[in-house]
Design a binder for this molecule. Sequence first.
Ligand code: NYM
Ligand code: MG
Length: 210
Amino acid sequence: MTRGPIILFEGLDRTGKSTQTESLVDALRRVGIGAELFRFPNRETGLGKMINAYLTGGSLNDETAHLLFSANRWECKDALVASSEAGNAVVIDRYIFSGVAYSAAKGLEREWCVSPDLGLPSPDIVIFFKFKDTAKATERGQYGEERYEKVEFQKLVRHEFEKFEEESSGSWNVVYVDDKPIAEVAEEVWQIVGSVCEKGIEDEIRPFQW
Ligand code: NYM
Ligand code: MG
């Protein structure tokens, strides 16, 4: 059975993930390829509403916040698997690596952070949006309104993301987004995913391991 690829976009805040994931889904649909967007946190669910309250000023201890973000992925697992198996390209805006990177940047142990996400559906393709200069994000709209949107903290998160990038031994696709027009980034993304989305994936979905 051929299924749709699971394509994950990761990166710091304000790197353009939401813009690009939305535009990729539109572009795929325009050429007749089924596509569905999942974004995490999914703020629509009951857990998602708790996460939203936390991000916009509520208080939770770091472990509890971490487990909520993970549970929010687990509650969407069946829908995500079903969508890929129905042949859709599944486009994900943040996932496991954001979960670990933000919590580890707060000082939680990395291995502890990964453990609740073990077994979630693995992405087939990871696209990592990066600024050469982390401070660039502050020039982008709305930066600084939510928890975590501080340059010093973002540097710590970046370091955590880069550990995963290194561990991927080159399989992560890095896209530098500094000062690039939206259309140029979209074109780079298309070069990475276009043909896989046309062909689909023969292998079964793998459970995430680390
Ligand atoms: N975030 C996101 C986490 O701390 N852990 C997670 O597991 C996920 C998925 O939520 N600053 C953080 C990163 C972001 C914040 O995400 C909100 P977004 O993509 O800005 O809506
Ligand atoms: Mg954000």
